[in-house]
Design a protein around this ligand. Sequence first.
Ligand code: FES
Length: 178
Amino acid sequence: MQNEQVEEGRRDFIYLATGAVAAAGVASVTWPLVAQMGKAADTRAAGSIEIDLAGIAEGSQLKMLWRGKPVFVRHRTPEEIAEAENADVSRYPDPQTDTERLVPTPSGEVNPKYLVMIGVCTHFGCVPVGEQGDYGGWYCPCHGSHYDTSGRIRKGPAPTNLAIPPYEYISDTVIRVG
Ligand code: FES
């Protein structure tokens, strides 16, 4: 595995940095700050990174930097998957089924356990916090956007769902992002 792995934790350094900037009321400069923090990783990073999903415990999230952007890989619980799959997305601001947000494994089926997303709020670019918000997914503290367990925007100013990066499964348990 290459690139820079951001240490996992409920209050990791990216979130703390983001929150500090937001508290100062300068949310628009948040992303450059995060990008700067990831600069060392950028210079080492190739165009893609490989991630071994088997090392991510159920109910936890891995955060990686890819091309200077945080990538979230969450191993969802059965409850989170059920919520994501059973949602009536027709009224959502950015309607997408959970399956549409996943990539098939080598068998051709999707594996709903693993959700891979760009961890950048689609409003003004802050880094959302996991297991927070009204829908048990991610919450952006900068201006209050709530994402569900599929990373879909449900409430708040963000216009679209958290983005899915280009990635593929190179085995049943390893993905390549980029
Ligand atoms: S940056 Fe405004 S809600 Fe996330």
